[in-house]
Design a protein around this ligand. Structure first.
Ligand code: MN
Length: 128
């Protein structure tokens, strides 16, 4: 079981992502804005973070910058979740430092594949 932090301000999306993470046998931890997300990441040191982009108080890009600038959290993979999919988005978000990208509404199967792939990459990165 891995700990996965879900940062999402939309309740419906949050419930859905939580349900999928639980169905995969992992433990979800949640936050509803970027600032709370950064705090939860530092407190819980999750194995993976799913980060919405448009959120109140602090958006996902600002939260990512803080997490990637902190020694304690910079190794944690962060997947961007965007609701305004446009051509070139993937490249743009990966260029900003995100480790993965998914557009909403999400496709459950590819959501699961992306989460699995990043969790595997994480375990390979870990020092022995
Ligand atoms: Mn949002």
């Amino acid at each position: 079981m891995r700990k996965i932090l879900i940062v999402e301000d939309n309740d419906k999306n949050l419930s859905l992502f939580k349900l999928i993470v639980e169905s995969m046998g992992h433990e979800p931890v949640t936050a509803s804005d970027g600032k709370e997300g950064v705090r939860m990441a530092k407190d819980n040191l999750p194995d993976l973070i799913l980060m919405d982009i448009q959120m109140p108080i602090m958006d996902g890009i600002s939260a990512l910058k803080i997490l990637k600038a902190d020694e304690a959290t910079k190794h944690i993979p962060v997947i961007a979740l965007t609701s305004y999919a446009m051509k070139g988005d993937r490249e743009r978000f990966l260029g900003l430092g995100f480790d993965g990208y998914m557009s909403k509404p999400i496709d459950t199967e590819s959501f699961i594949i992306t989460v699995k792939r990043l969790l595997e990459r994480r375990s390979q990165d870990e020092p022995i």
